[in-house]
Design a protein around this ligand. Structure first.
Ligand code: UD1
Ligand code: CA
Length: 458
């Protein structure tokens, strides 16, 4: 086995979330909370991560299904962090490298910090390195009791601490780097004779000290990194920190974000250089946006692939759509799944598309529904056009070939095909195929009754 593994504690329910959903599965930056420490473990080189699961274990398993580097240890009863790690030891049998112990509810930990912690662990010849931080109000955290030169003697929990120990401001972040052979031996020695009647993982610090082994602390520079999420106020705080990191990485990569505080971009979204993102934009679902695009205020874009030089105007909602270069969408357009817009397509205000492909240079500028349609190149779709794709039972396709001009207020009753370069007169309900180069017109002829208004008055 390779050198690094991780154990991620995620069995707790998270009572203070006051939720039907287990805490570690609450969404944060587009992923469940627990995905963040898992990602940090991967980034520091963990070849295997064991998730200790309990409450709603199926939800956690489902999310990680198919990930070869993830395994699970079920902890049916949450008897304490020491018991949780003991549950994981089976899954790491024979492993002799370093184990990072992380918490599923401490999502902001950076892999850079873990990397530095590992280097320090090795340089000090430590068997156990505890990540710590200084907190002005250390209430609730385990306090780090030291001897000299960073050597840790023990960690004492709030409820078990003396007044003198409570005055210590260096706290245990709950993140550890431990030599595996020591860890799996030490967890078997933990007892639960403490104020909470729990098996405290922190007791392994004393075990190391008693055996004359080296146990050191490593200080996290940024206290936010080790912040635990226990309630929804902290969930929002963590979300803000993650968003800031994502936005900063994009800005340093050449994207203009006009107001990062009100720009909501999920992990996994990519944006090309010189694209400008306005306030109140939401980008998620692994959306990829090209270079030189303009994303106007209030755009909500999820699961989309967008080319270069594209403009998404204010208030547009795009889901699972594919947009080629130089497309323009909106304002207030709705592109639904299965939409593909080829280069230079223009979609205007109050246009909705679904399972629709539009060829190069085609336009639907106003007030239109295009569902289950295949539209060729250089087609003009007039204002108020509707594809009548649903007969109450089945959906049917509309095909509009290259160069067609569809006048305003046209209904296309699918299945129907409109041949190339033909013209559909305004107000027409198209119920049968139109041949190429034809004019289709279906209107009740207009009658003008001369003087009718005057007679009515008499
Ligand atoms: C723990 C530490 C404390 C530290 C604090 C940092 C112990 C005894 N104390 O306290 O020193 O300052 O974290 O946040 O470890 N969990 C399980 N199974 C269990 C118990 C817990 O999976 O049986 C999980 C929880 O879901 C959570 C994590 O372990 O993700 C930490 O448990 P929690 O009960 O929050 O520990 P604290 O009391 O906060
Ligand atoms: Ca906690």
């Amino acid at each position: 086995m390779a050198e690094i593994a991780a154990v991620i504690l995620a069995a707790g329910k998270g009572t203070r979330m006051k939720s039907e959903l287990v805490k570690v599965m609450h969404p944060l930056g587009g992923e469940p909370m627990v995905a963040w420490p898992v990602q940090a473990a991967r980034a520091v080189g963990a070849v295997q991560s064991v998730l200790v699961i309990g409450h709603q274990s199926d939800k956690v398993r489902d999310y990680f299904a198919g990930a070869a580097d993830i395994s699970f240890a079920v902890q049916d009863e949450q008897l304490g962090t020491g018991h949780a790690v003991a549950c994981a030891s089976q899954a790491l049998q024979g492993f002799s490298g370093q184990v990072f112990i992380l918490c599923g509810d401490v999502p902001l930990i950076k892999s850079e910090t873990l990397q530095a912690m590992l280097a320090y662990h090795k340089s000090r010849g430590s068997v156990l390195t505890v990540l710590t931080t200084h907190l002005e109000t250390p209430y609730g955290y385990g306090r780090v009791v030291k001897r000299e030169a960073g050597r840790v003697l023990r960690i004492v929990e709030e409820k078990d601490a003396s007044d003198e120990e409570r005055s210590i401001t260096e706290v245990n972040a709950g993140i550890y780097c431990v030599d595996a052979p020591f860890l799996f031996d030490a967890v078997t020695t933990i007892a639960n004779d403490n104020a909470q009647g729990e098996y405290y993982l922190t007791d392994i610090v004393k075990t190391a000290a008693d055996r004359g082994l080296i146990c050191v602390s490593f200080m996290a520079r940024e206290p936010a990194e080790v912040m635990g999420v226990n309630d929804r106020v902290q969930l929002a705080t963590a979300g803000r920190v993650l968003r800031q990191r994502i936005n900063e990485a994009l800005m340093l990569g050449g994207v203009t974000i006009i107001d990062p505080a009100t720009t909501y971009i999920e992990q996994g979204v990519t944006v090309g250089r010189d694209t400008v993102i306005s306030p109140n934009v939401h980008l998620g679902g692994r959306t990829a946006i090209g270079a030189n695009c303009t994303i106007e205020p209030g755009a909500v874009i999820s699961g989309c692939t967008i080319g270069n030089g594209v403009t998404i105007k204010a208030g547009s909602v795009l889901t699972d759509a594919l947009l080629h270069d130089e497309v323009s969408v909106g304002p207030m357009a709705h592109l639904r799944p299965g939409t593909e817009l080829k280069a230079h397509v223009k979609i205007g205000n109050f246009v909705e598309t679904k399972k629709t492909v539009m060829g190069e240079g085609s336009k639907a500028s106003h007030l239109t529904y295009l569902g289950d349609a295949t539209i060729g190149r250089e087609v003009n779709i007039g204002c108020g056009t509707i594809t009548c794709n649903y007969d109450g039972v089945n959906k049917h396709r509309t095909v509009i070939e290259d160069g067609v001009f569809v006048g305003s207020d046209v209904q296309l009753v699918a299945p129907v095909t409109v041949g190339r370069n033909s013209l559909i007169a305004a107000g027409t309900t198209v119920t049968k195929d139109v041949p190429a180069d034809a004019l289709a017109i279906a209107r009740t002829p207009q009658v003008n009754k001369e003087g009718w208004k005057l007679k009515k008055r008499d």
